[in-house]
Design a protein around this ligand. Structure first.
Ligand SMILES: [Zn+2]
Ligand SMILES: [Zn+2]
Length: 197
């Protein structure tokens, strides 16, 4: 090389910076990656870029976790509500049904809720995997064959609606519950949490 260092005009350059192409002397090589050499400016730039990428990845990861945590909290809340509501009606239920029947109702309701919440969680997981929400529940069951989309109480399918950047998941219209899971971008909204009883 017959060039001089960009930063030391009195020294011979030995390489070019891979990014900005500046001729560099030995002292001005800030970083070497195989046969690529970088000046200090470009190395700082790359470090900053990497750092920002990492921060962005961490942010996305945190948002995903928050979304799943919210769904879980929502599910536990509904289950608590269910148990509370059924306990309140315990006297009535004991008069009306033998005890076993009451246990069955609680179990059925909780199972139904767990299924509902699991479905919501899997829609979020689908988006993590494929970058978008499915167009319909059939698409989801193709990706995750173990997912069941039928409500055990009404024996009807849960209602899924893709909307804007998110979705709305509802209990079957003929079911006894009125909750809706509404997910928009990275926010979850829960509608009509209280059952009309
Ligand atoms: Zn450079
Ligand atoms: Zn130099």
């Amino acid at each position: 090389m017959n060039e001089v260092c960009k930063y030391h005009p009195d020294r011979k350059a030995i390489v070019h910076c891979y990014r900005c192409n500046a001729p560099l002397c030995r002292e001005c090589i800030a970083y070497r990656d195989g046969d690529r050499y970088y000046c200090k400016k470009c190395f700082d730039y790359i470090l900053e870029e990497e750092y920002e990428k990492e921060i962005e990845e961490i942010k996305i990861e945190v948002r995903k976790k928050q979304l799943l945590a919210l769904l879980l909290i929502f599910g536990l809340f509904l289950i608590a509500l269910e148990i509370y509501s059924i306990n309140k009606n315990k006297e009535y239920l004991q008069k009306t049904y033998p005890l076993k029947r009451e246990d069955l109702i609680i179990r059925q309701n909780i199972k139904s809720l767990v299924k509902y919440i699991t479905l919501g969680e899997n829609l979020v997981k689908y988006k993590d995997k494929y970058g978008k929400y499915p167009d319909n529940l059939y698409e989801l069951t193709i990706a995750f064959p173990k997912i069941d989309t039928i409500d055990i109480i009404s024996n009807k399918g849960f209602i899924y609606e893709k909307k804007n950047n998110g979705f709305i998941l509802s209990m079957p219209k003929t079911g006894s519950r009125k909750e809706k899971i509404r997910v928009e971008k990275n926010n979850i909204y829960f509608e009509k949490l209280i059952k009309d009883r």
